[in-house]
Design a protein. Structure first.
Length: 152
């Protein structure tokens, strides 16, 4: 498979963003105070690593096929560990969530642009699949924040 210069540049951008996501989710999992949040961040870090592997594979000339139903889902059912008031622990976990939610919005937008820029249908489908998983990550973070009175 021959990639255009623009496609190659976009893949480098995606790879850089996915690497950052893996690093941040891994770091934030160790910093999170709520065990549910630690588990969520660890789970998402694993999926982000798979995204990085897929983008690297495409960059090396392999267009993986994405089968429907093969999404890597993360838990989005949470119990409230934080009440209405602010505590230092809640503020710390809220900061981590807010930062990662902003990253998910950015990465999803980058995938959206890339989907329109690639000519190969398999690559477009793969990028679309990853984008949907990024959106699921954002929703899981939103659900956690909403459950714990962090999202207004």
């Amino acid at each position: 498979m021959q990639l255009t210069q623009k496609e190659t540049t976009l893949l480098k951008d995606l790879k850089s963003q996915e690497k950052l996501c893996v690093e941040k989710y891994t770091k934030y999992a160790s910093m999170a105070l709520d065990p549910q949040l630690k588990e969520l961040f660890t789970s998402i870090a694993n999926v982000e690593q798979q995204h990085l592997n897929t983008v690297s594979s495409i960059e090396q000339g392999t267009a993986p096929s994405t089968q429907s139903g093969s999404s890597q889902t993360v838990n989005s059912t949470f119990t409230s560990n934080y009440g209405m008031g602010d505590t230092p622990d809640k503020q710390a976990d809220c900061y981590l969530c807010s930062d990662l939610l902003a990253d998910e919005k950015h990465v999803s937008g980058l995938y959206n642009t890339c989907i329109f820029e690639f000519k190969d249908t398999n690559i477009r489908d793969t990028l679309n699949h990853i984008q949907k998983e990024e959106q699921q990550h954002g929703k899981a973070i939103y659900d956690y924040m909403s459950t714990n009175n962090m999202y207004s």
